[in-house]
Design a protein around this ligand. Structure first.
Ligand code: GLU
Length: 422
C-alpha cells in the first residue's frame, strides 16, 4: 500500500494532533494533559533468530505501554517490515482511546517486530515470536499487559506467546494473550469481531442517515482478517460490495462481488485477488478508495487518505477498519465534504471488545456461546456509537473529535481518582 507523502505528518503526530484538539475542547488540566500525552514505557528488544539454515539474524522489536490508568495494557503485536517506534507509539495511544471509547477496563499498548513474516518459515516465525515473548515476559501478564493479533500475526502467533509465557511463569496462563485459537481458551466470535463491529456501526450510521442497506454500495480496502470479515458480514447484511482490494490490487464491480467465492480464491487457492476470474475491472489498491460509493471502509493500513488525496474520496459514510487510515491533515477535507465518519477508535473497536470478552472468559474458566458473544458485542458497539454521535451533536464537533473527547474524559476521570503516585 502506498504511504503518505513525505510532508504528511507521521502517524504519531497524526494521533497527537487529534488528542490535542480534543484535550483543548475538553479543557483538560495541564498535569493530566502531560500524563496522557506520553506513554508510560517503551521497550526495545533485539531478538536473535537462528534461521533454518543456521544463519543468525537480529530483529528489532518493540512494546509500548501507553496507559495502564483504566486497566492492564491491551493491544496487538504487528509483524511487518515497516514497523517503527513512532508507529507502535501511535498505535499504543490509539488502543488507550479505543478501549476507553467502548468503556472496557483496559489501558492501551502495542507491540511490533520489524520483519517480513512472508519471508520467514513457520519454524523461524515461531522462534522469533518465542524469543520476543521471552524478552518481554516480565512486562506481560493478564494484569499487566495483554497482547493480541494485528497485521502479520494470527491465532498461531498468540498460541506461541501463551505457551512461552506459561513456560516462564510455570503455570498455564491463558488470559495473558487474546485472539488465541478456540482450543486454547480463545473466544467464539473473536476472529470475526472487528468486521462485525464495523458492520454494526454501518447499520447504525445507515439508519441515522435514513439510507437503505440494499441501496448501499460499499468499497472495502484490505482483505485480511478485518477487511474480509467486514466484506462478508456487510454482504450478508444486504449491502452490495462493489469494490475490494488487497496488497496486490483491487477489483471494482458495479454488480457486486461474491465475497465467499473471493475468499476461496485468495485463501484456499492462494491466488492474487485481482486475478479473480470475472471479478470486474482491475483497479489499484489505492485507486479503489476514490471510486464513488455509499460506504468506504479502509481496512488495510494507516495513511491511506491524506491531505493530497482526500478531495477525491466520494462516499457518504467513511467507516475506518484500519488504525489511522486517515491522516489528521485530511480530517478537514473529509469534514467539509460532509462525509459521516465512523472513526477508527470506534469503528474497529469490535476486535478489542471481544478480546476483553476472551480475557473475562479465560479468567472465569467459563466460556460463552457465540450468540452470547455477538449479542454483548452488539450492545457495546451500539451504545458507544450512540454516545459518540450524541456528543458530536451536543458539542458541535465532528465524530472523530467526539470519540476522542469521550475517551480522554474517561481516562481523565480515572486518573483524577487515582492521583499521581509519587
Ligand atoms: N490489533 C487489534 C486492534 O488494533 C486488536 C487488539 C486487541 O484485541 O487487543 O484493535
Amino acid at each position: 500500500m502506498p504511504v503518505a507523502a513525505q510532508n504528511e505528518l507521521n502517524v504519531y503526530e497524526s494521533a497527537e494532533a487529534r488528542f490535542e484538539i480534543a484535550a483543548e475542547r475538553l479543557g483538560l488540566e495541564q498535569g493530566l494533559y502531560h500524563y496522557m500525552k506520553y506513554p508510560e514505557r517503551e521497550i526495545t528488544v533485539y531478538i536473535p533468530v537462528a534461521f533454518d539454515n543456521g544463519h543468525v539474524e537480529i530483529f528489532t522489536g518493540y512494546r509500548v505501554l501507553h496507559s495502564s490508568v483504566r486497566g492492564p495494557g491491551k493491544g496487538g503485536v504487528r509483524f511487518a517490515p515497516d514497523v517503527s517506534i513512532n508507529e507502535v507509539r501511535a498505535l499504543a495511544a490509539w488502543m488507550t482511546w479505543k478501549c476507553a471509547v467502548v468503556n472496557i477496563p483496559f489501558g492501551g499498548a502495542k507491540g511490533g517486530v520489524i520483519c517480513d513474516p512472508d519471508k520467514l518459515s513457520k519454524a523461524e516465525l515461531e522462534r522469533l515470536t518465542r524469543r520476543y515473548t521471552a524478552q518481554l515476559a516480565d512486562w506481560f501478564g493478564p494484569e499487566r499487559d495483554v497482547p493480541a493479533p494485528d497485521i502479520g500475526t494470527n491465532e498461531q502467533t498468540m498460541a506461541w506467546i501463551m505457551d512461552t509465557y506459561a513456560m516462564h511463569v510455570r503455570q498455564a496462563t491463558t488470559a495473558v494473550v487474546t485472539g488465541k485459537p478456540l482450543d486454547l481458551g480463545g473466544s467464539q466470535g473473536r476472529r470475526e469481531a472487528t468486521g462485525r463491529g464495523l458492520m454494526l456501526c454501518c447499520n447504525k450510521a445507515v439508519a441515522q442517515l435514513r439510507m437503505k442497506r440494499e441501496n448501499c454500495r460499499v468499497i472495502v480496502q484490505g482483505f485480511g482478517n478485518v477487511g474480509y470479515h467486514a466484506s462478508l458480514l456487510l454482504h450478508e447484511a444486504g449491502y452490495k460490495i462493489i469494490g475490494v482490494a488487497d496488497i496486490h490490487g483491487g477489483l471494482y464491480n458495479e454488480k457486486g462481488h461474491d465475497i465467499g467465492k473471493l475468499y476461496d480464491w485468495v485463501y484456499a487457492q492462494h491466488k492474487p485477488l485481482p486475478e479473480f476470474p470475472g471479478g470486474g475491472e482491475k483497479v489499484s489498491s489505492q485507486e479503489i478508495l476514490f471510486r464513488p460509493c455509499d460506504i468506504l471502509v479502509p481496512a488495510a493500513t494507516e495513511n491511506q487518505i491524506t491531505a493530497q488525496n482526500a478531495h477525491r474520496v466520494d462516499c457518504r459514510i467513511l467507516c475506518e477498519g484500519a488504525n489511522g487510515p486517515t491522516t489528521s491533515h485530511a480530517d478537514q477535507v473529509i469534514e467539509q465534504k460532509g462525509i459521516f465518519v465512523i472513526p477508527d477508535i470506534l469503528g474497529n473497536a469490535g476486535g478489542v471488545t471481544v478480546s476483553y470478552f476472551e480475557w473475562v472468559q479465560d479468567r472465569q474458566g467459563f466460556f460463552w456461546r457465540e450468540s452470547e458473544v455477538n449479542e454483548r458485542l452488539q450492545d457495546v458497539m451500539e451504545r458507544s456509537f450512540d454516545q459518540v454521535v450524541e456528543y458530536a451533536e451536543v458539542h458541535g464537533v465532528n465524530n472523530r473529535i467526539a470519540a476522542y473527547i469521550v475517551a480522554i474524559d474517561r481516562v481523565a476521570r480515572a486518573l483524577k481518582l487515582r492521583g499521581f503516585y509519587a
